[in-house]
Write a new protein. Sequence first.
Length: 304
Amino acid sequence: MYRFLFSRQWLTYLGLAILFAVACVFLSRWQMSRLAETQAVIDLVNRNYNAAPVPFSQVSDQFKQLGSDHEWQQVSLHGAYDVADTRVVRNRPLNGQPGYEVVVPLRLDSGQTVIVDRGWLPIGNKEQGKPDTVPAPPAGDVTVVVRLLPSEASLNRGAPAGQLAEINLPTYASQLHYPIQTGAYGLMASESPAAATTPTALPMPQPDDGTHLSYALQWLAFGVLMFIGFGYAARQHARNKAIDAAAEAAEAASTAQEEGRDHAEAQRVADAAAARAARFVPKKRRRPTAEEEEDAILDAQGYR
């Protein structure tokens, strides 16, 4: 009944099903790799975000080129802010509210200068495109604990004087008359002495696994369903062929009988074809008789 599976047409269908299943496996593996990357980011944040701060001298190279495993690491800095070169970074929403971030150069005791992101400010009401006020950092020597973040990619967009389109450190450096570290900047966690007014502290990132795992399982399910669909189509094709063959054999047997020929062989063929077709007909479940239903009720009530 299933010899048709070896035909060119059905072998082509099978090949396409296999190709689709292989593609689903690759897509599932890709989603799993995305999940692993997301979990690696979550582990990195959990590991570094609240770890004990280390002095600048131990990680000074990270400000030149930040290693991925040092992102969000806390670093203790000591120096003085260069308030005159403060910049406001545009288009930095927080909790759905538009606003800015404030970045300020910090001249360290070692003579190097790093950029500190002091936090977030809402959009202003006095003048469009600017915050109403930019809180000044503490004057004089200050100890700042920051979390390391990499320089952002350039968006190739302009910004008004005193503002930046993004925290792209090479762009920032081109506006200053002294060198700064351009591999990483610090997101402020605390500063001492504390200023009377400070920008809003940016919250800890809350990454999640997303939907990568569910997508990976869905792709695998699609691959399995393709073979289930292929099997169902093959069974339906075999069923239709068996029914057609049974009908043709029955008609041939009837014709032989009407013509008065020996129709024994034709009837045998018809019976065999009908038996093959009957295999595809689901057996009907017999309904219980009234007596069987009455006995079941008595059993349930404990009378038997």
